[in-house]
Design a protein around this ligand. Structure first.
Ligand SMILES: [Zn+2]
Length: 115
């Protein structure tokens, strides 16, 4: 199906106006309407932002899935998520921590043992 460019979409709200259009204009309008009819209803921009955030949270991020180091947590030199633990690495190993966590501190995903 041909997707109309956004600047080709012409707003029409009465039949009279639709009949007043040229054949090409009418075709553009009908294409736009059928294009919109095939679009998923994703709600308001705010609802979509919530939906997208929730989806990203469920998918996880590079911090909780790929052990990417998290920098800048207080004076911890490096911290990273492994499974359900937040591990920290100080230059002095005496201060290293293993914290049990349930959610990724970066994306909020619920962590699983096997991650
Ligand atoms: Zn994450």
């Amino acid at each position: 199906m041909n997707h109309p460019e956004s600047d080709e979409i012409i707003g029409v709200d009465t039949d009279d106006l639709l009949y007043a259009l040229t054949f090409d204009e009418q075709k553009k309008v009908l294409n736009a309407i059928s294009f919109l009819a095939n679009c998923e209803d994703i709600g308001t921009p705010e609802e979509y932002a919530d939906y997208k955030e929730k989806q990203e949270r469920e998918q996880g991020c590079e911090y909780c899935l790929k052990n990417k180091p998290i920098k800048g947590i207080h004076d911890v030199s490096i911290a990273y998520v492994q499974g359900k633990e937040l591990l920290t690495t100080y230059s002095d190993p005496f201060y290293n921590l293993h914290l049990d966590i349930h959610y990724c501190p970066m994306c909020g995903r619920k962590l699983k043992e096997e991650d």
